[in-house]
Design a protein around this ligand. Structure first.
Ligand code: FES
Length: 139
């Protein structure tokens, strides 16, 4: 696959995800015909990038920064607390699709860490206790 095709493919995948929230099997099949590329190659490209989802997004997306600055300020404990409370591991989604938990390398506001982001809202200087309070507010 040449570079231009790959760029167009990524752009198409982004468009599909923006419209439907995730990449469906049906969309992969349609794109395969449109671009004349095998479905396995499309999956290969799509799975390389963490931006693409293959299941519906959870109602509440919780991202915990585990970058160096947040890590040294206790982010692992914050993540562990959320994992225990939600009963899911990092990268997991609750069985009711209400909560998703992800780790992020850095949000770019390191001095305020540990940082967690819940549904695009940033929370700074989190602690396990603060994380639990935030989670219980949206439960
Ligand atoms: S390391 Fe967490 S915001 Fe940068």
């Amino acid at each position: 696959m040449d570079e231009k095709t790959q760029v167009n493919l990524i752009s198409k995948l982004q468009e599909v995800q923006a419209n439907t929230g995730y990449i469906t099997e049906h969309a992969i099949a349609r794109i395969s015909s449109q671009f004349d590329i095998s479905k396995s190659k499309i999956y290969g490209v799509a799975t390389f990038y963490t931006q693409f989802r293959f299941t519906p997004a959870p109602k509440h997306c919780i991202k915990v920064c585990l970058g160096t600055a947040c890590h040294v300020r206790g982010a692992e404990k914050v993540l562990e607390t959320l994992e225990n409370e939600l009963g899911i591991g990092c990268g997991g989604v609750s069985s009711d699709n209400k909560f998703g938990l992800e780790r992020v390398a850095c949000f770019g506001c390191c001095a305020l860490g540990p940082i967690i982001v819940i549904n695009s809202k940033v929370y700074s200087r989190t602690t396990p206790k603060k994380a639990l309070l935030l989670l219980r507010k949206i439960k």
